[in-house]
Ligand binder design. Structure first.
Ligand code: PLP
Length: 259
């Protein structure tokens, strides 16, 4: 699929990307915020490497994956493409990869090599593993503490009451830096159900900032996905994670040999 090709729903990647960006800007302005203060991270998990490259050429730099294996594979593929692209005189900035899914212990070490921001830290144990894994890095690994604001048992994340303590514990680790909080809205209920969750997470974030538990670099509030990113921006998110609304419907691949 190339730029300009329509997907099953009749829109192109560029149209969807532009639309999401302008909706983010409108939501920000609606509550008196500057559009440039909200970072769009494109969740590429259901997309193709080709779509990632196209988005890079439209200027997108931040991408997220939820599985370490796929993240590593794609990071390698994109690096290879960038090298070839550079040989031909092209320039494309390096991707900043975000990890947004659960991390198995045995994959933490590899993941920190390529990840800019681990958004899914939900236990002291994972933070400690990151501390060990990041020992060889020149800079600390930056993380968000994932908070389960909706209280659903299916959701990952620490209980809201435990978030500040975990942030404070991370602050004592030299190789890990807590940059903020991440949360998800309930699965059901749409934007209306999302709003109170996002407001709660925003309050928690402001509380932690006020106590100084996270230090000066504690300044990222990651909330909002395809169905609720405008509400999230209205509630104070400065990072949104949007997959489907940009990537489009899952791609259908033809079997080799078929006409
Ligand atoms: C998949 C995923 C997203 C993006 O979801 P969409 O509905 O496709 O926008 C955002 N955050 C997390 C943690 C995810 O797993």
């Amino acid at each position: 699929m190339t730029t300009g090709t329509q997907d099953a729903n009749g829109t192109t990647l560029k149209q969807r990307y532009t639309d999401v960006k302008s909706r983010i800007a409108a939501a920000a302005k609606h509550v008196g915020r500057r559009p440039e203060d909200v970072m769009l991270v494109v969740v590429s998990k259901s997309g193709t490497v080709e779509q990632i490259r196209e988005l890079m050429q439209m200027g997108q730099v931040d991408f997220a994956e939820n599985r370490v294996q796929q993240l590593l594979q794609r990071a390698a593929q994109i690096d290879e493409w960038r090298a070839r692209h550079a040989e031909l005189g092209g320039t494309a900035p390096a991707i900043r990869w975000h990890m947004i899914g659960t991390m198995q212990r045995n994959k933490v070490k590899k993941a920190v090599e390529v990840t800019r921001l681990v958004q899914s830290v939900d236990s002291l144990r994972l933070a400690e593993e990151l501390q060990v894994a990041a020992a060889k890095r020149e800079t600390p690994v930056e993380v968000l503490v994932e908070v389960n604001v909706s209280g659903e048992s299916s959701k990952h994340g620490v209980a809201p009451g435990a978030a500040r303590h975990l942030v404070a514990q991370i602050e004592t680790m030299v190789n890990v830096r807590a940059r903020g909080l991440m949360c998800m809205a309930p699965l059901a209920g749409g934007p209306a159900a999302a709003r109170p969750c996002f407001e709660r997470c925003r309050e928690l974030y402001e509380d932690i900032r006020q106590t100084g538990a996270g230090g000066e670099h504690f300044n990222i509030l990651s909330m909002g996905m395809s169905g609720d990113y405008e509400v999230a921006v209205e509630c104070g998110a400065n990072l949104v994670r949007v997959g489907g609304a940009v990537i489009g419907p899952p791609q259908v691949f033809e079997e080799p040999g078929e006409a």
